[in-house]
Design a protein around this ligand. Sequence first.
Ligand code: NAP
Length: 335
Amino acid sequence: MTRGMFDTRLAPGFGIAKHACASVVGMKAITYSTYGNPDVLEYGDQPMPKVGPGMVLVKVKTAAVNPVDWKIMAGGLDAIMDLQFPAIPGWDVAGVVESVGIDARQFQPGDEVIAYGRKDYVHGGSFAEYIALPERLLARKPASLGWTEAAGLPLAGLTAYQVLNRLGLKAGETVLIHGGSGGVGSLGIQIAVAMGASVIATSSQKNHEFLRSLGAEPVAYGEGLAERVHGLRPDGADVVADFVGGNLEATLAVLAEGGRHASIADSAVEQHGGDWMWVNPVGADLQALADLVDSRKIRVEVAEVFPLDKAADAFRANMEGHTRGKIVVAVDHNS
Ligand SMILES: NC(=O)c1ccc[n+]([C@@H]2O[C@H](COP(=O)([O-])OP(=O)(O)OC[C@H]3O[C@@H](n4cnc5c(N)ncnc54)[C@H](OP(=O)(O)O)[C@@H]3O)[C@@H](O)[C@H]2O)c1
């Protein structure tokens, strides 16, 4: 039986054939078949993903690199997430709906979409020409973003959006953002500004002008950070969002009386009244964020774009730890 076709003798009456994508038999993708560094990545042919009930097939225009991609590839999440080799990495995607599975009703072929495409196990990711996703993960692509920028929004943007909402950031409050120039931080600054907050953010000196352009007051990270923040706000910060890790001491030192804090990269915050958070792949949240992006003209900074067959170089660039904004992989050359 051809992959992607359905044998109706095994389950007569399902009438699934019209949903199977038999016209395209294979696709180009990046895979790895063992845990390791970017040298394990291979570019080649893979079978088309199957499109189950409630799922949609997306023709990928662009995908974005996140640190979690290479952390998973190195085996760092093996204790908590199943992975099936050969694995196609990538959780961030922007593309066009190609076809829909049985009873998928929210999206139609031709719709322009974005997704934080984290599934229950790691296998069919976005560094490929096609990806099949449950439609509950999808949102409509913000019209104000091009394809290159759109892929950089979902994972990093949702992370910042969910953290700042969980912390109940309010208009008029001061928030300190650790890591303001990275993927999460650069979107976090703009989301916090859109929420009416006053934002202080950390980065190296070379990114201070960038932070100002996003609406934050920049401070250098490292030794003396708490003093620098107190120099700007003698009463401290109402909210601290740690988008880097390893900042607990400074966070506690600058937090105002009754302040709230969270980290996405430091479980130790839990012992000190903070939230250790993991971004949740919720399409409805992503849609709310996409709408905010369109209405407030939130931008996605893209540091560098790589073609799909150079995805290993995209990983290497992000692993240096100093990406300004996002690194994007252009899967469709016309995007
Ligand atoms: N828990 C979750 O749900 C979740 C979600 C997303 C990300 N994460 C994690 O959060 C971290 C950040 O993710 P990301 O996507 O934003 O990474 P990223 O884009 O690769 O971050 C790069 C940025 O980090 C900055 N940076 C490096 N060291 C810093 C320090 N000590 N203080 C302040 N900024 C520093 C760099 O600024 P300079 O060049 O100016 O030094 C650079 O702009 C990663 O560890 C990632 O795995 C967790």
